[in-house]
Each structure stands twice: as structure tokens, then as C-alpha cells.
Design a protein around this ligand. Structure first.
Ligand code: FAD
Length: 334
């Protein structure tokens, strides 16, 4: 019988007053449900930390996602994320739960905390995975890009828990919710001896992030080197606004100063899963496509009919973006 799969349910703040379970948790929960079946219905656990009313506020997110047991730690000192407090509590709880697998979202918080926990537990961590599976020996097979994104490596961990982080938007949340009789177990924060080294003074909104919000867009129009210059990107933005779409970019377009880093899609940028992804003047390098292959429909416009992007496109338009986009813009306007 498997010892189970543990997930970290990160609480995040989008505003001064609102706290939410980070959406990546629900994506991880869907994957954990899939892995659990391959491990003969292994139990799924979650850890939730915060200051107050955690079960009242967030209960349904766990019952609807088939989580068996949630370990809850409420303490005023956990109001805001603290590396020292959070890593101590999660490490202690993980020792107690003793899961076979522990998965954390590769968010800013997850990337900070996961290596600390894995080193305290003397186990391995595969970071920034893009796929998780169970191999024929029942081990976690964690896949991530390697050698600068030239190859995909599937990594096994010798020790337990086998730990992995996964970026937001790599997995899709459950399509149909379940109704589980989830058990909530309250634990004390054992942090009296821990020195907190950083205090949060103020939350500042990132206006660029607000503006782009690529991860939640239903339609994305993305530009690459083929858009040539800022005028080319202006045309892309006009096309996007007519479609009610957000604008994304390849890394080369960002490096050329045509778009901000917030708009970059790919291995070192965002992972997106829109309903429609329109790639304009983007060649389709693996480092770009790992960030967008989860899109429902991919449309690519490229002057080179052998461009790799056409291998993954549902609709391939071989031609000059500077002829095709103005025509499309005129058609939509009419
Ligand atoms: C460690 C590492 C991490 C990386 N991370 C990322 C990442 O996160 N995101 C990312 O995007 N890249 C990333 N890269 C870079 C990646 O390898 C590619 O270099 C990059 O994606 C190429 O961008 P591009 O498609 O815009 O440019 P190019 O590869 O130069 O392609 C431009 C395309 O435009 C087409 N084109 C030119 N003119 C026109 C026209 N008039 N009409 C239509 N088509 C035209 C060309 O045919 C060509 O296919 C990374 C690389 C490394 C090594």
C-alpha cells in the first residue's frame, strides 16, 4: 500500500485583504488524483498554513478535489509567508505524514521553500517539472527540460519522499469536482525557537503583471523576431485588442526590447494554456513551445514553411505576417 501523495496548498495574496489557495494547487490536485490511481488509490494529503479561519474559508477546495486529509496550522505569525517559519512547519509535518511523494507548485514561494524542505529531509527534488508519472516500478518519474532546454530528462529519486515542483498552468485542474469527506487535522505551529529574518512591510502591485495577466488569457497573440520592430508589435497589439486577446512574446522579442519580460512565454518565461494561441513570426524552438503546447488550438503564421512551429500548429499559415495581419485586422474591423 502506497504511503500517499502530499501536496502543499499555498495561500497567496492577490490584494491587501484577499487570500486564496493558489490556483496551482488545484492543478497539482488533478495530477495527484491521476497518480493516486496508478498507486492503487494512494491517499492524497495536503498541508495548509495561515493565520485564521482556514477550514471555513477554503474547505471546498479540498473536498471537491478528492483530498483525503488536510493538515491545517493556524497561527497569527503565519499571516504572511516566512521562509523560516513555513519551512520548519512543513518539514515537521512531512516527517509525521511520511508520504511517498511530495509535490509543490513552482511559484515564487514554492521555489523558495521546496529546496529547504528537501535538504532538511535529505531527499532529492526535481524542480520545474513539466510532467509527472508513475513508472513500472511504482516510482515517481519527473520530467523537466535540461541542457538549456535542448533535451527532456525523466528523473527518479532514490529517497522518499520523492519531491518535485511543477510550474503553474502545466497541468489542468479537474474538470468534474468530486464530493469527498475530507478529514481536517489541526496542528500547532512549533516555531517558538525559530528566528524570523525578514518582515513584510508593504504589498506593492506590479502594474506590468496586472496589465498582461497572460496565464489567465483565453486568447494569446504572441510575437517573435519575425515581428521585426516596435511598429510590428504595435500591429500585433491592435490585432490582439480586436480579438480581446493578450499579447505574449518569444525570448528573442523580449531581448530585442519589443516586449517586457512579463510577456515572455517559454522555459524561462510563463507557461500558458489559452483556448487559442496565435504565434506570429515565432520559429517554434523547444524552449518556447514548452510554455505553450498546452494551448487548446495553436495557429502559427510564419514565412518559412519548414518552421518547427508548424509541427505543433493546428492551423499553419505560411506567409508574411506583414501581409497577413493587416488583412486579418481589416477583415475583423469590417
Ligand atoms: C536556457 C534557454 C532558455 C530559453 N528560454 C526561452 C523562453 O522562455 N522563451 C522563448 O521564446 N525562448 C527561449 N529561449 C530561446 C529559444 O531557444 C529561441 O532562440 C527563441 O524562442 C527564438 O525566438 P523567435 O522564434 O522569436 O526567433 P527566431 O528563432 O529567430 O524565429 C523567428 C521566426 O520568424 C519568422 N519570420 C521572419 N520574418 C517573418 C515574416 N515577415 N513573417 C512571418 N514570419 C517571419 C522566421 O521564419 C522564423 O521562423 C531560451 C534559450 C535558452 C538557451
Amino acid at each position: 500500500m502506497s504511503k500517499g501523495i502530499l501536496l502543499y496548498a499555498e495561500l497567496t495574496r492577490y490584494s491587501e485583504d484577499g487570500q486564496y489557495v493558489h490556483p496551482v494547487f488545484f492543478e497539482l490536485a488533478a495530477k495527484a488524483n491521476e497518480l493516486s490511481k496508478k498507486l492503487n488509490d494512494a491517499p492524497i494529503y495536503a498541508i495548509l498554513l495561515g493565520s485564521k479561519n482556514l477550514v471555513e474559508n477554503f474547505k471546498e477546495g479540498f473536498t471537491e478535489n478528492n483530498i483525503d486529509t488536510v493538515y491545517v496550522v493556524e497561527d497569527e505569525r503565519l499571516q504572511d509567508y516566512s521562509t523560516e517559519y513555513y519551512s520548519k512547519i512543513i518539514t515537521d509535518l512531512t516527517k509525521e505524514i511520511d508520504p511517498e511523494i511530495f509535490i509543490i507548485g513552482a511559484t515564487t514561494q514554492g521555489r523558495d521553500i521546496a529546496p529547504r524542505i528537501s535538504s532538511s529531509l535529505h531527499t532529492g527534488l526535481t524542480a520545474d517539472c513539466i510532467e509527472l508519472d508513475i513508472n513500472e516500478k511504482g516510482q515517481l518519474a519527473a520530467t523537466r527540460p535540461t541542457f538549456g532546454g535542448q533535451l527532456m530528462a525523466t528523473i527518479l529519486c532514490k529517497n522518499q519522499p520523492q519531491m518535485a515542483t511543477v510550474r503553474p498552468k502545466v497541468f489542468k485542474p479537474l474538470k468534474e469536482f468530486v464530493k469527498k469527506d475530507t478529514k481536517f487535522i489541526t496542528k500547532k505551529a512549533n516555531i517558538d525557537d525559530i528566528e524570523k529574518k525578514v518582515n513584510l512591510i508593504e504589498f506593492l502591485k506590479n502594474p506590468e503583471k496586472e496589465e498582461s495577466a497572460l496565464e489567465d488569457a483565453e486568447i494569446i497573440v504572441a510575437g517573435g523576431r519575425g515581428m521585426k520592430d516596435l511598429m510590428g508589435f504595435e500591429m500585433l497589439k491592435e490585432f490582439a485588442s480586436l480579438l480581446n486577446a493578450k499579447v505574449g512574446a518569444s525570448r528573442v522579442a523580449v531581448e530585442m526590447g519589443l516586449a517586457s519580460h512579463e510577456m515572455q512565454i517559454g522555459q524561462t518565461g510563463k507557461t500558458v494554456t489559452p483556448k487559442i494561441y496565435i504565434a506570429c513570426g515565432i520559429s517554434g524552438a523547444l524552449q518556447h513551445t514548452v510554455g505553450m503546447t498546452g494551448s487548446d488550438k495553436i495557429i502559427a503564421i510564419n514565412i518559412d514553411k519548414n518552421a518547427p512551429i508548424f509541427d505543433i500548429a493546428d492551423i499553419a499559415i505560411a506567409g508574411d505576417v506583414f501581409e497577413i495581419l493587416p488583412e486579418l485586422i481589416n477583415m475583423i474591423k469590417k
